[in-house]
Design a protein around this ligand. Structure first.
Ligand code: AMP
Ligand code: MG
Length: 491
């Protein structure tokens, strides 16, 4: 019998175009095999979206692929080289515990990276063991899928495999491998690596590859590398605005964790804010609040300035003019950010048209939330429905004054009250992955091998804008005992 008929196949349709880049950008090597793999989670809808067979992926033979024990046809496993600024310090990094198998080409002709994370050591592992503990892998699965359902560009999670091996950190953990799906894994840090260690020709090859992969309409641009810079700035401004609008805090916005595609990547100590406070930091490693909620937009601009620096040799033959082009492009970030943020806030407050003073109206509301320690997500939920206002904010005189201004603003637009409310429902999530719910789900999974809570949470997070479900449990803020909440990288 031919191998093709021996078991239900996953229908991989893999290429590896990244392997066509100059060799300095990667190391070809296979994942390290694991001894006792078992499939914990498979994302059926993502599998179908990618043109993969759910039945095939659930088979023993495909488990070997998802655990790094077998290389599927068409794959060309490699670890990517990159550098990055970590908390402001430049350093060499690279995939220290991940292998890019290749790119799955869908029947629609789209191309998605398929990467195993936690799949063993590589030349970039430094002191690391190349492995990932189960808890952080499940966390990335939950949050990345929640972000996707919220409509925010993100890498996604196809599967979680338990390796059957132990991973030693401050404690002993079960090891796991995440199959991560991404528009690509090109990072600002990939360009920093090229600028520091590769030739200008290699840097150019990387830039051309990025253009082809993510900005295919570049040919109309006079200066394609300036076009690349400006497009990445625009996508990142849009992305970070989306984070701010839902109260998401990435936690480790190092330049190696910032994509060229504009997707959110590398869910480490990330979390969603409960009470509104721009100084909110969850990550235990972010001691100075560099990556606090309110700092995310300026940090985004800082990271993009590192991207612009890396592109300098390509921007102009005359270095001074190159610097000027880069400066002007970076200066555009805050305008783009503001544009996306103000547009998003209008939608959150049911406003269709534009008025000059809108930004002030929005910032006044945020200031009130901050003064009254009001829950960010629930404040917008409450604004949608009359009655049931429990929080102190809603009983204050300051809020009444603000509400009058908001009502007058709504009255000045043509839209009906119903369409305004519909817009708000589409723009304000009913549920977000609240930290205490995520932690409860993870602790049952990791400590008791009980995945019911995690499965329930994943189900609810699939429809964050469904306001008809009575999901009281998922709205509740954490108890005082669970704040201030700290997330640990635990990598
Ligand atoms: P991250 O915090 O996931 O953005 O990772 C930062 C860098 O550390 C990347 O180069 C990772 O590949 C590397 N790294 C993180 N954990 C490990 C590990 N257990 N073994 C080897 N490299 C690791
Ligand atoms: Mg990273």
């Amino acid at each position: 019998m031919s191998r093709k008929n021996a078991f239900p196949e996953a229908e991989w349709n893999l290429q590896n175009s990244y392997a066509g880049l100059p060799g300095i950008f990667y190391s070809r090597l296979k994942p390290d095999p694991v001894s006792g793999p078992s499939l914990l989670f498979l994302n059926n809808s993502l599998a179908e979206f990618l043109g993969l067979s759910v039945q095939g992926l659930s088979s023993k033979e495909e488990l070997a692929v998802l655990s790094g024990n077998r290389i599927p046809g068409g794959a060309c496993p490699l670890a990517q080289a990159y550098a990055g600024h970590q908390f402001g310090q430049f350093t060499m990094l690279g995939d220290g515990r991940a292998h890019l198998l290749g790119e799955q080409i869908t029947s629609r002709g789209e191309r998605f990276d398929i990467q195993l994370k936690g799949s063993g050591k590589t030349p970039y592992s430094r002191q690391g063991d190349g492995r990932a503990p189960l808890g952080p892998v499940l966390r990335e699965y939950i949050i990345s899928e929640a972000m996707h359902a919220l409509g925010i560009p993100t890498t996604r999670s196809l599967a979680v495999v338990k390796t059957g091996e132990k991973v030693i950190r401050e404690k002993v953990h079960s090891g796991a491998i995440l199959t991560r799906v991404a528009a690509s894994h090109l990072r600002v840090g990939t360009f920093e690596y090229a600028a520091r260690w590769a030739s200008t020709e290699d840097l150019q090859a990387l830039a051309d590859y990025s253009l082809q992969r993510h900005f295919p309409d570049y040919s109309a641009a006079d200066n394609r590398y300036l076009f690349l810079l400006k497009e990445v700035i625009k996508r990142q401004a849009a992305l970070i605005a989306r984070w701010q609008l839902v109260g998401f805090i990435h936690g480790v916005m190092n330049t190696d964790n910032m994509t060229i595609s504009g997707e959110t990547i590398d869910y480490g100590p990330c979390a969603f804010m409960d009470a509104y406070d721009p100084a909110t930091v969850f990550s235990s490693i972010d001691r100075n609040g560099r990556y606090a909620y309110g700092n995310q937009p300026p940090v985004g601009a800082w990271n993009l300035a590192r991207f612009a620096e890396a592109l300098l040799p390509l921007l102009h033959n005359n270095p001074e003019q190159g610097v000027q082009l880069a400066r002007d492009a970076i200066a555009g970030f805050s305008d783009w950010f503001n544009y996306y943020w103000v547009s998003g806030m209008r939608a959150k407050l049911g406003i269709f048209n534009e008025e000059e003073n809108d930004e002030k109206l929005f910032k006044d509301l945020l200031q009130l939330m901050e003064n009254f320690c009001a829950d960010y997500t629930n404040t917008f939920r409450t604004l949608m429905y009359a009655g049931g206002e429990k929080e102190e904010l809603f009983h204050s005189q300051e809020f009444s004054k603000w509400q009058e201004l908001w009502q007058a603003r709504l009255d000045r637009q043509d839209a009906s009250q119903t369409s305004s409310q519909e817009l708000m429902k589409r723009s304000n999530p009913a549920v977000i992955p609240r930290n205490h719910r995520v932690e409860d789900a993870l602790s049952s999974a990791v400590n008791n091998e009980d995945y019911t809570e995690m499965t329930g949470l994943l189900e609810v997070l699939k429809s964050p804008y469904n306001h008809s479900n009575p999901l009281q449990d998922y709205y509740t803020q954490p108890s005082a005992a669970k704040t201030p909440y700290r997330t640990f990288c635990g990598t």
